[in-house]
Design a binder for this molecule. Structure first.
Ligand code: PMV
Length: 322
């Protein structure tokens, strides 16, 4: 039996991935940009066991079945095909981010699984190959292979990987946990519904292509105000496209909207802060690291908050270390 353990952190997109060009290969309709956080890591061990009849997936000490187990098995099938074996595995994962609450647990989850499974099955993959592999589990996981800021390219299977982007400044994120419960509609289903039924989907894709080009330019110029404005607008455009689905999907709650308002006020008061939100009600405020305590103090009136800084990329964890 061979085993390996890997750890990865969630990431929050500044320019979002929402919609696929290819569902089987998880190829995004557009590229995206994110910051990997230094909080909420996922640590995953993969034990390859040639004598086992089935894969097992244990998440936070509970043996899982249904969709989570099926997604894990399908991901291991990809790794097995690459390694030329059909040996099954036990996957034991510890997630410290509230699962499926729109806090990107699938990004840290599949990045950690990609790292641990590749090592346990004896594959020697570089970061680019690991990013392509993680993408197959969950698109946003392609970006969690890297620490700090990352750009994930759209393109075909060979070309669609993430790579690091130089930090434009000393930035932080204040994560508000408006609701840590499981979301009603998964991002997978909501993306599909948006692409199929929202009249705003084509405009979302074309405007995101423009936002991506503008964001890359703003990163090169280290123009934080422009990066922030692109981040907030892109998030609200994504939510507008999602709300335009039939049946409609609303991820933002009244508290989320109040936090967007408060962030706008904080800007009027002179702070460099911008809001974003993934597929859930939890708003994340991007700000200058030195202003994070002030932003945190203001947003703590609405929900539990956590200050996050740019975190590390995927790493293998040595036995005995955690
Ligand atoms: O990787 P998925 O399938 O969980 O989708 C992530 C979608 C968003 O978090 C809303 C946006 C993004 O780019 O991370």
């Amino acid at each position: 039996m061979t085993q390996a353990t890997a750890q990865a952190h969630p990431n929050i997109a500044l320019v979002k991935y929402w919609g696929k060009r290819d569902t089987a290969l998880n190829l995004p309709a557009t590229g995206s940009v994110s910051m990997t956080l230094d909080v909420f890591p996922t640590t995953t061990t993969v034990q390859v066991d040639a004598s086992a009849a089935e894969d097992e997936f244990i998440l936070n000490d509970v043996l899982r079945d249904g969709v989570p187990a099926e997604r894990t098995r399908r991901f291991l099938d990809i790794v097995r095909a690459m390694a030329g074996t059909d040996a099954r595995a036990r996957v034991t994962s510890h997630n410290t981010v509230p699962s499926a609450a729109g806090l990107a647990s699938s990004a840290s989850g599949f990045a950690a699984l990609a790292g641990a499974a590749a090592a346990a099955y004896g594959l020697d993959l570089d970061d680019r190959q690991l990013s392509r592999l993680a993408r197959r589990g969950s698109g946003s996981a392609a970006r969690s292979i890297f620490g700090g800021f990352a750009l994930w390219h759209a393109g075909d299977d060979e070309e669609s990987f993430a790579e690091p982007l130089a930090a434009p400044a000393d930035l932080a994120m204040v994560v508000t946990i408006v609701d840590a419960g499981e979301k009603q509609v998964s991002s997978r289903e909501a993306m599909r519904r948006t692409a199929l039924t929202s009249p705003y989907y084509p405009a979302w894709v074309s405007s995101t292509e423009q936002s991506l080009a503008a964001a890359q330019e703003a990163f090169r110029d280290a123009d934080v105000a422009r990066i922030g404005r692109i981040t907030e607008t892109n998030a609200l455009r994504m939510h507008a496209a999602i709300q335009g689905s039939d049946p409609s999907i609303r991820y933002l709650s009244p508290t989320s909207v109040a936090i967007f308002d408060r962030v706008e006020q904080l800007r009027a008061e002179g702070l460099t802060v911008f809001a974003t939100a993934d597929a859930g009600p939890n708003v994340v405020a991007l700000c200058l690291a030195e202003e994070a305590p002030a932003v945190d103090a203001a947003l703590a009136a609405f929900a539990e908050t956590v200050i996050a800084h740019p975190g590390p990329g995927l790493r293998l964890v040595a036995e005995g270390e955690q």
